[in-house]
Design a binder for this molecule. Structure first.
Ligand SMILES: *Cc1c(COP(=O)(O)O)cnc(C)c1O
Length: 376
């Protein structure tokens, strides 16, 4: 294998050579050119949700979880109460954040193959006036399900509460327009659908609400308001920024624009998804989700029933052929996942399904069907 493996995972992802190339320099954090790049990055991210004037971008050093935690703890006040909508692991993680920060939290749960239901949320909000905020995951990467964000946002706004969105795995590929979808803040990161490298996360926050969040954060490093104020006043991060990552992210944002922005990026991922799913279904595999619930981000396939199918062997055989899929069942049903995002196109999706066909033949597995085959 002469190239790096193709990463068919939910992140970190395959990046373009030009994004990697952008990191081959050393920069001082006070370098005027770097400060300008950082400012441009913040403006481009705000523009991506049509948030000019109303929203600001607060970048946070670290993995995506850091931005989600900064958002939750900086917006939900100590005397507030958060309702978390849970249909997978990332929703559960937000509940755990509140346990750490001692924020009052309640959650509504759905099975991992069910989207969150706006009507049920409306009832829960009507029944509990103490709830001040609602948190929802845009695409629940656990299964790859798309939650009905616009409908949810309308229900939350109609009930006079504030919506916090974890759009980590969807941001940049699925439309989110702050002019038509009401929300308070959204968190995402550099290394998913924007196709940068890992190391930077960010929150796009409504400026009016952010102004009121001073002094709320229970810890210094994830204080969104303090981070924002420092950036506004000095153009500087409070603590060492991941400079190489930010410069690469700026390059990735340029490539995102060249591809046609959210619409163009989303279209490529939808083609990737269709090619992958068609190829896998032809081999007998079944998806956990029906197509209408599926985001074109990551697909969960049910584990084949054939006892000769050994996942670790399968995984290793694909890795030997240059494709890294995502091991580990997170859903209630035994399954594995294959991602559609990153600098990959239909040729990679055809490549991985061809590699899967070969791996199955070597294992003596005739079909990827999760149903027990009747004895011949
Ligand atoms: C990837 C992801 C995160 C954050 O993951 P990190 O490993 O912290 O970068 C959060 N929420 C969702 C929905 C994700 O897909």
């Amino acid at each position: 294998m002469s190239h790096d493996p193709w990463l068919l995972t939910p992140g970190p992802l395959t990046t373009s050579p030009s994004v990697k190339q952008a990191m081959l320099h050393d920069w001082g954090s006070r370098d005027g050119k770097f400060v300008a790049i950082n400012n441009r990055m913040r403006e481009r991210l705000v523009a991506m949700i049509g948030g000019q004037g109303a929203f600001t971008c607060v970048p946070m050093q670290g993995a995506g979880t850091f931005a989600v935690e900064a958002m939750v703890n900086s917006f939900v006040p100590a005397d507030g109460k958060l309702l978390v909508l849970v249909n997978g692991n990332y929703g559960k993680r937000i509940v755990r954040m509140c346990d750490y920060s001692k924020r009052a939290v309640v959650h509504l749960d759905w099975a991992d193959d069910q989207p969150v239901d706006p009507a049920r949320v409306g009832k829960a909000l009507a029944a509990d006036p103490a709830i001040t905020h609602v948190a929802v995951v845009h695409c629940e990467t656990t299964s790859g399900i798309l939650n009905p964000l616009p409908e949810m946002a309308r229900v939350v706004a109609a009930a006079g509460r504030k919506l916090l969105i974890d759009s980590m795995s969807a941001f940049g590929a699925l439309e989110l327009d702050s002019r038509s979808v009401p929300f308070q803040a959204v968190a995402a990161s550099s290394n998913k659908c924007i196709e940068g490298v890992p190391g930077l996360s960010f929150v796009l926050a409504r400026i009016d609400d952010l102004k009121q969040s001073a002094g709320r954060a229970p810890c210094l490093s994830l204080d969104l308001h303090d981070q924002w104020q420092a950036l506004e006043k000095t153009g500087q991060y409070r603590f060492t920024p991941p400079i190489h990552c930010i410069v690469a992210f700026d390059q990735a944002l340029t490539e995102h624009e060249v591809e046609g922005g959210v619409a163009g990026r989303g279209a490529r991922y939808r083609q990737n998804w269709q090619t992958l799913v068609d190829g896998m279904r032809a081999l007998g595999f079944e998806t956990l989700l029906p197509d209408e619930l599926q985001a074109p981000i990551i697909v969960t396939f049910r584990m084949p029933a054939d006892p000769r199918f050994q996942f670790q062997t399968f995984y290793d055989k694909l890795k030997d052929r240059g494709y890294v899929i995502y091991p580990g069942t997170l859903t209630a049903t035994p399954s594995f996942r294959i991602g559609c995002i990153g600098r990959l196109d239909q040729s990679h999706m055809k490549g991985v399904t061809a590699a899967i066909r070969e791996a199955m033949a070597e294992m003596g597995v005739a079909s990827g069907s999760p149903l027990k085959q009747s004895a011949e």
